[in-house]
Design a protein around this ligand. Structure first.
Ligand code: FES
Length: 571
């Protein structure tokens, strides 16, 4: 017997070792328990998470690789979150999925883990769990779907749903045509094909060093995904042999590399809360300001929806993330390692751009300064974010009259009203959508524009919200406002008719009233009544312990790590 963690269960001749082995036999031979690495496959495959439904097949390839390298693969189904299905928002359950996965990794006789994720919250939850257990771990992103077409034009899933539904509201597309496009939206297995949150988190996982380099963005139906899954299974055994754990791979440098990658690909703002939460599990100092300091000056090099034109299979064809990172090599930490044991930058030498329309060279960026801007001001004392690449340039400096909605229900009830007191210069405010208020911080910040303005041809307005925005969405949206209204933030004090100034270049978001008046105001009854007040279960635990978006919206007692040891036997 070796000194594996799993040997703490299986080694020896006592009754408990007998029990642990005997119940696991079921086809496993005696030598399965001779000290060889036992590798869990944390598998988010689920019929109710359609973006991840193909991961069982990926898991089979991982198993072959683990066996080939002398390990024992073990499928471990974990909580899965289908972004489009789960109510009230998948984000409410990210921390639950992370906690459940963390506990199951720790509780079971395993030495390492392969993390199979895809749809938005799954990779963040898996990485948070792996960071807190700190067992050798490697990610396989499930990959984007192939691009569907409708009437000869490519459809970006998510992004084109928003666009087409706004066209219906504006009266420029019939409802019949809109519904006809439905069966074209999702062409194949895999996650959304835009640079939404799932694609972004795959890119981020690779930039952090937690995948085999070059893997992120491999389309889900592409046979190269299964080949990489096989290789990843082999690598997982090596990780255990080498004792290469998340804490040895993930450093502040790797997080800064991820921020550079996030900016260069025009990634989702959701990566901000996820990266802060993962870093929090590892005790790595990472703040909202790091996203602005490190990311804001990075050029936007990838022409993908929602910021641009192309889709994920185009990015893969054009050279993938490594070709992008080669262009910004000087901005990367050369010491940051990957799961292979080699630095990320070592993989850039052979990377090439095969289609300069999709991946721009550094000298010809889509935007010179991409990344995420962090705003402060009396409306966001601890910060808010905006993605300038997805915004309208003429609105990045704007002053307008607030039109306030206390909840998503309030918005839906009034947004189609022809008498709504709003014009193209108005600033739409939606509150009660933060981690506590909703609860769970849903993706509603890209609130729909008033119907009467859509009919006048208006396609973007400044919007301000304490919630998140889908990574597939676009617009001049200030989101993740902290503290959220339900936590006593000044967003809860804004009244319709107040003036709000957005100054992205100056990094400001201000309510144009005096400090005196702001300090005298109290939230209206209707505002407070809209906040969540759960009385039991997960929602109650969540609302009572969730932190604000500026630190990752993790639960306060989940921040940090507990390691992999369990002190007591089960029998
Ligand atoms: Fe699953 Fe978009 S809904 S990735």
């Amino acid at each position: 017997m070796g000194e594996r963690r799993s040997s703490q269960w299986y080694a020896g001749t006592d009754r408990n070792a007998y029990i642990h082995r005997a119940w696991m036999r079921r086809g496993l031979p005696a030598h399965a328990f001779d000290g060889r690495p036992h590798i869990a496959i944390a598998n988010t495959a689920s019929d109710l998470n359609p973006c991840n439904a193909h991961l069982d097949e990926v898991a089979e390839s991982v198993k072959q690789g683990v066996y080939e390298a002398g390990g024992i693969p073990l499928n471990l189904p974990v909580v899965s979150l289908g972004e489009t299905q789960v109510r009230p928002t998948a984000m409410l359950w990210r921390n639950m999925a992370a906690m459940a996965t963390e506990e199951m990794l720790r509780a079971n006789p395993i030495d390492g883990v392969v993390l199979l994720g895809g749809c938005d919250k799954t990779i963040p939850a898996l990485l948070m769990a792996a960071a807190s257990v700190d067992l050798p771990a490697v990610v396989i992103p499930g990959g984007p779907m192939l691009t569907g077409t409708f009437r000869g034009a490519a459809l970006g899933c998510g992004t084109d749903v928003w666009r087409l539904s706004e066209e219906v509201r504006a009266g420029t597309l019939s409802e019949r045509d809109f519904l006809t496009s439905e069966s074209s939206m999702i062409r194949s297995r895999g996650h959304c094909n835009t640079m939404g949150t799932a694609s972004t988190m795959a890119v981020v996982a690779e930039a952090l060093g937690t995948t085999i380099p070059g893997l992120a963005g491999t389309p889900a139906p592409d046979s190269r995904l299964l080949e990489a899954a096989h290789d990843t299974g082999r690598l997982a055994v090596e990780l255990v042999e080498q004792g290469r754990r998340p804490s040895t791979i993930l450093t502040r440098g790797s997080f800064l590399n991820a921020i550079v990658a996030l900016a260069a690909v025009g990634g989702s703002t959701n990566a901000v809360v996820h990266l802060l939460a993962i870093a929090g599990r590892l005790g790595i100092e990472l703040t909202l300001d790091d996203f602005d300091r490190t990311g804001a000056g990075v050029p936007l090099l990838v022409d993908l929806q929602p910021a641009g034109r192309f889709l994920m299979d185009d990015l893969y064809r054009a050279g993938g993330l490594l070709a992008v990172l080669r262009e910004v090599r000087d901005l990367l930490d050369p010491a940051a390692l990957t799961v292979t044991g080699k630095p990320l930058v070592d993989y850039l030498d052979d990377a090439r751009i095969w289609d300069p329309e999709v991946i721009r060279v550094r000298a010809e960026p889509l935007q010179a300064h991409a990344g995420i801007a962090v705003l402060y001001g009396n409306l966001a004392p601890t910060g808010a974010v905006i993605k300038p690449a997805a915004a309208s340039p003429h609105l990045l400096q704007h002053r307008g009259r607030a039109m306030v909605f206390d909840s998503i229900e309030d918005l839906r009830a009034r947004i189609d009203d022809p008498d709504l007191d709003a014009d193209a210069d108005s600033v739409l405010v939606l509150r009660g959508c933060g981690p506590r208020g909703y609860p769970g911080m849903p993706e509603v910040a890209n609130l729909p524009l008033p119907t009467k303005l859509l009919q006048q041809g208006i396609r973007d307005m400044v919007r301000v919200c304490d919630g998140r925005m889908s990574g597939t969405a676009y617009g001049t949206v200030v989101l993740h406002v902290t503290p959220e209204a339900a936590a006593g933030g000044p967003l809860g004090l804004v009244r319709t008719g107040d003036y709000i100034t957005l100054d992205v270049e100056g990094r400001r978001l201000d309510l144009d009233i005096s400090d005196d008046e702001l300090s005298r105001r109290v939230p209206a009854e209707a505002t407070v009544a809209a906040y969540a007040a759960p009385t039991r279960g997960w929602e109650r635990l969540y609302v009572n312990t969730v932190r604000q978006a500026d630190t990752g919206a993790d639960l306060d007692f989940l921040v940090g790590s507990s390691g992999d040891q369990v002190s007591r036997e089960s029998h």
